[in-house]
Design a binder for this molecule. Structure first.
Ligand SMILES: *Cc1c(COP(=O)(O)O)cnc(C)c1O
Length: 462
């Protein structure tokens, strides 16, 4: 498979190059040249297979034979052996024809493990083969950081620098990052918000000289391999509930648009997806854009679902590329408007194409809490605030109740215990492997929101 940039000016790359590169050199994001499509029979044949076997079938057109099939299978098996549930991502029923997909049984208790456990193994495999080392720099609003650190900690092939907005991630989230004290792990608390963190990382990528000097790489969801790994669970969940003979709908708590975009890809690959609900908290740039076509950056508001406290939603550029039929010049134009004036407007024709695939709504803090409460009362199940945003939006926008609705459960409730306890009265416990998290020693540095200070810090600590 060849990969092309959304901005049309960077060279086409193969899978291994895209994996290591992250952001394209023209500032765009990489996408495969075409979507591999499965027939109804091929999807039916996935029934009863393990998660790992479906993962191989769904991802191999993007990866193999560049990585030999048996090697890729081995990496998939290893990656998901770190999950604490045999089904890897089990479904759990929360209402009539209504389900949550528990994506949080990986090592750091958030859905990001699903992609990053695989990504870490892919990095090691490819870098070892090439005899290379990389520097990973990432920005996190909470969960990416710990999942990324977990997947490369101790690697001889990678240094990782992780920026989080100081004081804006939960104690559990921070400690999951800062208590990893391997020499190749460098945690930075930035004096700023998540968008400041993300802007610094983007600026590093756009500094081509520095980028080459440190062999910079990304684990944020701008990395194609992450989006790719997330396509898999749309298939396993839909097939478990009757696809391809039946359509399935999904609701996705959304920040950077990576996860729900993976659902869009699953649909392009032949999965019968009826609705894809983009569920945002009050940081609602995406639900506003999908309603009136205007992508306008506002102030980030802290919420009880902090992993979605985002105003600039990077992966949305990938959807723009699709609805503008791969017109890189048009994407460059929109992005230039965003840079100059803080907004761009999608044309009516393109907006209606986006609306064919996505429904969107924003969920207030009160409604998020009310949904945690409803789900707990109905079946005794604790859900975290991100999941609750998804379930609430699903209940608002679900058109046909005969179509199963699956809300993606993106974090374990114990990652956000305060909000859950406030509503349900029950403190969700951390699983045994993390029970001593609050006794472990922390290691991190505080940096100003300043590009040159960050560069210097990286050079000194590599
Ligand atoms: C990252 C994250 C999200 C948002 O996912 P995107 O792919 O950025 O849209 C939602 N919930 C949780 C718990 C997360 O960690």
């Amino acid at each position: 498979m060849k990969y092309i940039s959304t901005r049309g000016e960077a060279p086409a790359l193969n899978f291994e190059e895209v994996l290591l590169t992250g952001l394209a050199r023209d500032g765009g994001l990489y996408l495969p040249e075409f979507w591999p499509v499965f027939s109804v029979d091929e999807i039916s044949a996935m029934r009863g297979l393990s998660y790992q076997d479906v993962a191989f079938k769904v991802m191999s057109p993007y990866v193999c034979p560049e990585i030999p099939e048996d090697d890729f299978k081995g990496l998939i098996d290893e990656a998901y052996s770190s999950f604490r549930h045999d089904a890897i991502v089990p479904l759990s029923q929360v209402g009539n024809n209504e389900w949550i997909l528990e994506l949080y049984h990986g090592p750091t208790l958030a859905f990001k493990d699903v992609a990053l456990q695989l990504l870490g193994r892919l990095f090691n495999y490819v870098l070892t083969k090439r005899g290379e080392k990389i520097t990973i720099v990432g920005a996190t609003s909470g969960d990416t950081g710990s999942a990324a650190i977990d997947c490369v900690q101790g690697s001889a092939r990678a240094d990782i620098f992780m920026l989080h907005p100081k004081g804006r991630v939960s104690d559990v989230q921070r400690r999951q990052m800062t208590t990893v004290i391997e020499d190749n792990v460098h945690n930075i608390a930035l004096e700023g918000d998540f968008d400041n963190c993300q802007a610094l990382v983007k600026a590093l990528f756009n500094d081509l000289e520095f980028r080459d000097q440190i062999n910079l790489s990304a684990v944020n969801s701008i990395n194609w391999a992450r989006v790719m790994a997330q396509i898999v669970y749309y298939f396993t969940a839909a097939i478990a509930l009757g696809a391809p003979d039946r359509k399935i709908s999904f609701s996705v708590p959304t920040g950077n648009f990576g996860d729900v975009y993976a659902g869009y890809i699953a649909k392009q690959m032949g999965l019968p997806v009826e609705q894809l609900v983009v569920a945002t908290n009050v940081n609602d740039i995406l639900s506003r854009t999908l309603s009136n076509g205007e992508y306008k950056v506002g102030e980030t508001i802290p919420t009880i679902s902090p992993s979605m406290d985002i105003q600039v939603s990077s992966n949305f550029e990938r959807l723009l590329f699709n609805i503008y039929d791969g017109d890189g010049a048009e994407i460059r134009n929109l992005m230039e408007n965003l840079k100059q004036g803080g907004l761009f407007t999608i044309s009516d024709a393109q907006l209606s194409r986006a609306k064919e695939s996505f429904d969107a709504t924003r969920v207030s803090e009160e409604d998020t809490k009310a949904t945690i409460d409803e789900v707990f009362r109905a079946g005794g199940k604790s859900i975290d605030p991100h999941t609750a945003v998804g379930v609430n939006a699903a209940r608002t926008l679900w058109r046909d109740k005969t179509t199963p609705m699956v809300s993606l459960s993106t974090a374990h409730p114990a990652k956000f215990p305060e909000a859950v306890k406030e509503v349900t009265g029950t403190h969700p416990d951390l699983p045994p492997h993390m029970a001593d998290l609050f006794e472990r020693e922390e290691k991190f540095d505080i940096l100003a929101n300043d590009l040159s200070a960050l560069k210097q810090y990286i050079l000194e600590n590599i």
